[in-house]
Design a binder for this molecule. Structure first.
Ligand code: G3H
Ligand code: 13P
Ligand code: ZN
Ligand code: NA
Length: 310
């Protein structure tokens, strides 16, 4: 059934695991993710970005997710807006039938972030929709980060109680060293998360669900296939699974994955094209690409999130 995140986060917090939140942009991605979750009896969050809405058209994505819910009646599925830039977009998604939204005001001054998030919460809760917000800035590895700039980017644990109390949000994304995309660390850099900050945050917000963005692992098996078959992604590095597992056992209840889906599909399709230069039916290369998404998601659910059978 299509549900909000309330119950799944409560169980995840208490059970010491996390729910996978996967970005969806087309039918094959939605099928790959939900086939894996369905077979493993895992709750799952399907998230739609502003860019996904622009690419696929909001109606198509909602209808495709509804089809996946009908195909997988035994598992809880959440349809979530990822990085909603404004109250208006959050409202539009709630009106379209989303069961959860993120308002991302993390780049705004604290007071503006609070004010707009509170407005989203007021509207969302009328419709039983849960709200995620964000405090802190996710790293960008391209930047030359000095120690000072580095420190300024992480979520300040001193701010989280005021933020949650003043907004009424249901979950909070924090910055502890993850970043979006396939280049999360420089070669030679220690790929570690600031789990001490997560610990500080959860001491101040006991029982409150925390979200990790930018949490793809960038599996080297995909990067190597991409580079072997004509791609060019030197030094693509993600978050080690061991770090994510530790976070999942702590207050983190939602782990966001998009880049690993892109890598799984691209590796599969590049290899397929190299091996079958005469094929031109999209079903021929999209079927294995969908299977690659399914296999990757199944691995995440069992080895990283720990939410299979939950
Ligand atoms: O957080 C970003 C997600 O990976 C979505 O990316 O905005 O290109 O759809 P997108
Ligand atoms: P990745 O780029 O690490 O997959 O992060 C995705 C994300 O946070 C979507 O909101
Ligand atoms: Zn994100
Ligand atoms: Na957890």
């Amino acid at each position: 059934a299509l549900v909000n995140t309330k119950e799944m986060f409560k169980k995840a917090y208490e059970g010491g695991y996390a729910i996978g939140a996967f970005n969806v942009n087309n039918m094959e991605i939605i099928q790959g993710i939900t086939e894996a979750a369905g077979e493993l009896k895992a709750p799952v969050i399907l998230q739609v970005s502003k860019g996904a809405r622009a690419y696929a058209n909001p109606t198509y994505l909602v209808k495709l997710v509804e089809a996946a819910v009908a195909q997988n009646p035994d598992i809880p599925i959440t349809l979530h807006l990822d990085h909603g830039p404004s109250y208006e977009m959050c409202k539009a998604c709630i009106d379209d039938g989303f069961t959860s939204v993120m308002f991302d005001g993390s780049s705004k001054p604290f007071e503006e972030n609070v004010a707009e998030a509170a407005k989203v919460v007021e509207y969302a809760h009328k419709y039983n929709v849960t709200v995620e917000a964000e405090l802190g800035t996710l790293g960008g590895v391209e930047d030359e980060v000095s120690v000072e700039a580095d420190k300024a980017m992480y979520t300040d644990p001193e701010q989280v109680q005021d933020f949650v109390n003043q907004t009424g949000v249901d979950s909070l994304a924090i910055a502890i060293g993850t970043s979006h995309g396939a280049y999360k660390f420089k070669p030679g850099q220690d790929p570690k998360l600031r789990l001490d900050i997560l610990e500080e945050v959860s001491k101040r917000l006991p029982g409150f669900p925390i979200v990790l963005h930018g949490a793809s692992s960038v599996p080297q098996e995909f990067v190597n296939i991409i580079n072997q078959y004509g791609g060019n992604m030197p030094n693509a590095i993600g978050i080690p699974e061991s770090e994510l597992r530790k976070a999942a056992k702590m207050a983190v209840c939602k782990i966001n994955v998009d880049s690993d889906i892109r890598l799984a599909m691209t590796a599969s399709i590049r290899k397929y094209f190299a091996e079958h230069p005469d094929h031109f039916d999209p079903r021929q290369y999209l079927a294995p690409a969908r299977q690659a998404v399914k296999d990757m998601v199944a691995h995440k659910i069992t080895e990283v999130m720990g939410c299979d059978g939950k």
